[in-house]
Design a protein around this ligand. Sequence first.
Ligand code: FDA
Length: 314
Amino acid sequence: MLRNFIFWLSTKKSVTNALAERGMRYGFARRFVAGEALDDALAASKELNGQSRSVSLNHLGENVSTADEARKVAESYASMLRALDRDSLDGNISIKLTQLGLDFDVGLCRSLARDIAATAAGMGRSVEMDMEGAAYTEKTLRIFEAVQREFPATGLAVQAYLHRTADDLERLSALKPKLRLVKGAYREPPAVAVQKKSQVDDNYRKFIATLLDGRFFPAIATHDLAMLDHARAIIREQKISPDKYEFQMIYGIRRDLQAQVRGEGHALRIYVPFGTEWCPYFMRRLSERPANCLFVLRSLFAESGKSHTPATGS
Ligand code: FDA
């Protein structure tokens, strides 16, 4: 209920604008977002690399509506790759196809995605495609298949909650691709996705086993201890070597588990989001864990306490 309410709030401009105005200034947004500028994300990546974790940079923002905007985003993805390379950081980038024109020109989107993957491949790096709402799944898969055939290191997120995912895994297996298994972050109807957490978790467990069966390079992306334990048990039993899979977690979430997983010698990649359009992303993280709202509320109360004091430097 609270989860749905926060998710609904995330679609309200007045709320997101108010948060956006205060989030970075008062620090609470930095819990899940590295900052607004690429340099902030690079600084966070350097620190994470220092802890033996690789990164996947994600420039926040979603659907664009013109070809010019799509090309600008593609250029910004290319600059992220150049910056990772210049600073010799261990990382790749995650891209969202709706930022590259998926809504209005699939051909343009495919060609921009291809160019970004080519730039990455030229540096010995890779690109991972995020999976967005179910309306985009089929189109995303088709673009992924085209790009991955040319650039095999390209990865794709697959969502455990979708009914179609078991079939998609069979379809994709011929490519031997890198797949990032996530539970799924969007609100989807019962016709498209299972609704109960227990069902999502059952699917997730089943797909961990599928992804670890040798036909994929699996990236197990979760902070759920039960899912992590399931994956670690299979890895142990089947003696799967640490270069054949990785775990992925999100910047700022369950840092205790991040340290534990890395401490056990598993490869760990941290998804590092940054950018000025951080608010909808931030609200999604809040909706996943309403307890997170407490620290936002504390920050906002602290702010109203300060409202009698002249603001300094902003
Ligand atoms: P679950 O939601 O069951 O949470 C398990 C535990 O993790 C919680 O009990 C809590 O301890 C902790 N936790 C989870 N979320 C938290 C939060 N926001 N704050 C604090 N603690 C939290 N989705 C998608 O649809 N498309 C995509 O491309 C991606 N990409 C992606 C990349 C990476 C690296 C990750 C880790 C996740 C995604 N996701 C995603 C998001 C994913 O679908 C899912 O919404 C979140 O990972 C939360 O699910 P968990 O598997 O962590 O389990």
